[in-house]
Design a protein around this ligand. Structure first.
Ligand SMILES: C[S@@+](CC[C@H](N)C(=O)[O-])C[C@H]1O[C@@H](n2cnc3c(N)ncnc32)[C@H](O)[C@@H]1O
Length: 188
């Protein structure tokens, strides 16, 4: 699937900029660059991957995914002003063929094209997203979360990164294949 097609698949409907699109469930706090680099390393982001940042803020994870890891990136951001700033930065850097920002509620987007999902939200937000992840993420998708784990999932790795004396944690999860359901009518 082309990047444009996968982007379209990621969207439900792009609302007009002034239209409310859902509930903001986390504040805007950018991840430090050192943490972003490590998140994408731990997730083994690489060329050909689609990285989706849920709540992308100013787009710094998208920009790093494209520039340092040669991936494609889609950011979902509910705040229209922040989403526009991120889009403008991507345009200014000439990365528009590799990265896009979609102003939307994370609950309204299709995540099935993701190879890597990045999060810097909250524990309760992650918990609300878990059923969507379990329903739509493909087996093998790497989910990497800054500071907040996903309750009910076992992390493959938990790493600590210290930036200016502050400890940041990075949780890596890998989506497992769904258990095979018994065939209808099959007798043991
Ligand atoms: C802590 S910031 C993380 C920014 C960026 N991912 C980073 O790590 O630098 C969380 C972002 O999620 C956005 N957000 C909150 N609720 C959202 C929702 N329901 N849908 C989409 N974005 C949301 C906020 O506006 C904010 O920009």
């Amino acid at each position: 699937m082309t990047f444009t097609a996968s982007l379209l698949a990621a969207l439900v409907a792009l609302p007009a900029i002034s239209q409310p699109v859902g509930q903001r469930l986390a504040p805007y706090v950018p991840s430090p660059q050192e943490v972003i680099d490590r998140m994408l390393e731990v997730a083994q982001a690489r060329q050909g991957d689609t990285v989706i940042d849920l709540g992308c803020g100013d787009g710094r994870i998208l920009i790093t995914a494209v520039q340092k890891f040669r991936a494609r990136a889609i950011g979902i951001e509910i705040d229209p002003k922040i989403a526009k700033e991120a889009s403008d930065t991507i345009l200014k850097l000439g990365l528009q063929n590799k990265a896009r920002v979609v102003r939307a509620d994370v609950f309204d987007v299709d995540l099935s094209q993701a190879d890597v999902v990045t999060l810097y939200l909250t524990t309760s937000f992650n918990e609300k997203l878990r059923p969507k992840f379990e329903k739509t993420l493909r087996p093998g998708t790497r989910v990497v979360s800054h500071d907040y784990g996903i309750r009910g999932w076992n992390p493959r790795e938990v790493e600590e990164v210290f930036v200016h004396g502050r400890r940041h944690r990075i949780f890596l999860y890998i989506v497992e294949a769904k258990p095979n359901l018994p065939l209808e009518g099959k007798k043991n």
